[in-house]
Design a protein around this ligand. Structure first.
Ligand code: FPP
Length: 246
C-alpha cells in the first residue's frame, strides 16, 4: 500500500487499526456547493459509506462504527430528518443481502424506542440475519449519544446490582452498546470540525483522533489511505513511557 501524502512509508501490518470510528460530516455543505438538496448530500454520503466498507475489508479492519444520526440531529428541519430516516430504512432493506453476502455483521446502536415500527422491524431483521457473520462488524449509530449510552448503562447496572455504592469499570463496560468489541484505535471526523460531538465518549478514551477538512462525500480512497498512514505514525503509549514500551 502507498499513501498519497506519505509516499515514503508503507503500512506496517501491526499499525493497522482494528476498529475505526467515523463522524461523517459535510454532506450538507457538499450539496449546497452544487445547488443540490441536503438529502442529495446524504445520498452521496451513503455511497461513500459503501466505499469505506470496502476499504475496511481490503485493509483487514475488523470493526467500523459510523455516526449516522445523533440525538441533537432531531433539531434539523423536519423534512431533512424525515428524509434521513427514509434513507436509513431504504439502505437497510436494499443493501441487506449484499451486506450479508459480504459476511458483515450489522448492529444499530442508539435509542431505538423513538423509531417507527417499520424501521424497528427492518433493524431487527438485519441484525438477526447478520448476527452469525464473522467478517467486518459494522455499527451504525442512529439516535445515539455517548451520554445516553453511559446513562443507559449506569441504569442497567443499578437495576442488576444490590451493592449500589460501587460501580466498577467492568460492570459499566458490559452494559454499553459496543460491549465485547475492541475500543476504537482510530477516530476520523471529516468536514473540518474538530470535536467529538457526543459520539462514543467512553470508548474514545485512548483513541487516536484524526480530523480532515474534506467533506464526507469527497472522502476518497486517497483520503482514507492518508488517515491510515497518519495513524501508522502515531506512538500509542496508553499512559506508559517510551522506554517502557521498548
Ligand atoms: C453530517 O453532514 C451527516 C449526517 C448528519 C448524516 C450522515 C448520514 C449519512 C452519511 C448517511 C449514512 C447512512 C447510513 C445508512 C450509514 P451534515 O449534514 O452535518 O453536513 P454539513 O455539516 O455540511 O451541514
Amino acid at each position: 500500500m502507498s499513501y498519497a501524502n506519505h509516499p515514503g512509508i508503507k503500512a506496517n501490518e501491526n499499525n493497522i487499526p482494528k476498529h475505526v470510528a467515523i463522524i461523517m460530516d459535510g454532506n450538507g455543505r457538499w450539496a449546497k456547493a452544487r445547488g443540490f438538496s441536503r438529502t442529495k448530500g446524504h445520498q452521496k454520503g451513503v455511497e461513500i459509506v459503501k466505499e469505506v466498507i470496502k476499504y475496511c475489508q481490503e485493509n483487514g479492519i475488523q470493526v467500523l462504527t459510523l455516526f449516522a444520526f445523533g440525538v441533537e440531529n432531531w433539531k434539523r428541519p423536519s423534512k431533512e430528518v424525515r428524509n434521513l430516516f427514509r434513507l436509513f430504512f431504504l439502505v437497510l432493506r436494499k443493501d441487506l443481502v449484499n451486506l450479508n453476502e459480504n459476511n458483515i455483521q450489522l448492529r444499530i446502536i442508539g435509542d431505538k424506542t423513538a423509531f417507527n415500527r417499520a424501521l424497528k422491524t427492518a433493524i431487527q431483521d438485519a441484525e438477526i440475519l447478520t448476527q452469525q457473520n464473522t467478517g467486518l462488524v459494522l455499527n451504525i449509530a442512529v439516535n445515539y449519544s455517548g451520554r445516553w449510552d453511559l446513562i443507559n448503562a449506569i441504569q442497567k447496572v443499578l437495576k442488576r446490582t444490590s451493592e449500589k455504592s460501587e460501580i466498577s469499570e467492568a460492570q459499566l463496560n458490559q452494559e454499553l452498546s459496543l460491549f465485547g468489541l475492541p475500543e476504537p484505535d482510530l477516530f476520523i471526523r471529516t468536514g473540518g470540525v474538530q470535536r467529538i460531538s457526543n459520539f462514543i465518549l467512553w470508548e474514545l478514551a485512548y483513541t487516536e483522533l484524526y480530523f480532515t477538512k474534506t467533506l464526507w462525500p469527497d472522502f476518497t480512497k486517497a483520503e482514507w489511505d492518508n488517515a491510515l498512514a497518519d495513524f501508522a505514525l502515531r506512538e500509542r503509549r496508553f499512559g506508559l513511557t517510551g522506554e517502557q514500551l521498548g
